[in-house]
Design a protein around this ligand. Sequence first.
Ligand SMILES: [Zn+2]
Ligand SMILES: [Zn+2]
Length: 461
Amino acid sequence: MNERQTKLVNNTDRHRQLVLDAERWLWAHPQTGFTEWEAHNYLVEKFQQLGYEPVLAGKIPGFGDIPGFYVDVCTGKEGPTLAVFGELDALDIANHPESVNGMTHCCGHHAQAAALLGLAAALKEPDALEGLCGTVRLIAVPAEEMIQLGFREELRKQGVIKYFGGKTEFMHRGILDGVDLAIMVHGTAAGEGEPYDLSCEYGNNGCMAKTIRFKGKSSHAGGAPHLGINAQYAAMLGLQAVNDLRETFQEQDTIRFHPIMMGVNCAVNIIPDEMKIESYVRGKTLDAIKRENKKVNRAMAGAALALGAGVELTDRPGYAPEHHDKAFMKLVESCCIDLVGEDRVQFDYDEWSTGSSDFGDITCVMPGVQFNAAGATGTFHGIDFDPKDPERLCMNSIKAQLFVIDALLQNEGVAAKKIVADYQPEYPSVKAYLEAIDEMVLDKDAVVYDEKGNPTVDFQN
Ligand SMILES: [Zn+2]
Ligand SMILES: [Zn+2]
């Protein structure tokens, strides 16, 4: 750690209590995507107390009201703009012992939001921007978890949002316009013996969000099942068909299909006339996702046809595959090593995770790195998740990000400029990316019968 970095560490430690209090407060106020108003209001007030004027995502003219905001930290010198994200949303997981109204921050996003606040505070210290150029855009973003697809579809129909992911929606709202590169720190559980404090892998699967609604006909389950059409059986058959297709998914595409049945809305003595399934198709490339998704939809149509049922297919863009720029990763890794030492840092330049994040949408158009701060225990998205060590989860995250900001934007931003110049984004602009994913939207009544009972099958655009 050099003298400058020691200063940045001290700048952070001065706000330790603010961060730790925020971590506890946000943990106790979990809300799911696009409803995170408590966290939003809390953070807006705290940012204002620090002297910032947050730009509210929900107040941008022409768009619906959603939580989330950004502030620009300007160095006063021309240079690159770096986005730093902190996510706001929790998960539905009522069985977690500390769940509030059925929700818990069991992905640790509350720690990210607390760290974003700490970062904002540290960047207000008198010497914080010394020697730097350009702008740091701190972004509190909603709705990373791709859940409650029915609710988001309602928001979409009402015109409140266009995209299901918060970062994608922020891209759509122009919040990433003029941004050159991006970072984000997610929490992680280092596991037994706590072998590291900071880590990073090369990338993540992308995904498509799917709602599949089988339509049958209700009737008396005991007395007259012959008059009914069992939507639950059709759904089960559809899922079995996809299970039989799994061996046609190729390893290189890292496809994941993990449906959940959303339950029936009737009694045990009624043949169920509706069964909804939510799922993703995840994969390593958007092409692979689209290709395998077609098979999934065909299987659903086939299953509906076999039972004489109907099926509505609703596909929405999920997230793009996330690729971390390797030169950028190197810079981040060396900052992490400066902070905690080589033996506490674990960067893997090849590892591919089969989860997904809307940070992938960001890396489609600009260089970005999402790295991890350890400090949680238990299972992510599990009932034993525990953000046990906020010192490592939040404080390490803030310090590492300050080091990265410094490394990128010092010396006229030469490091940031080189990373940006060398990067070959998948899409030339936010607009081009959004147009490409708009093509994934599909709304089909996939099996329709004429008077004779002959079907018309249509499961693709
Ligand atoms: Zn998560
Ligand atoms: Zn997460």
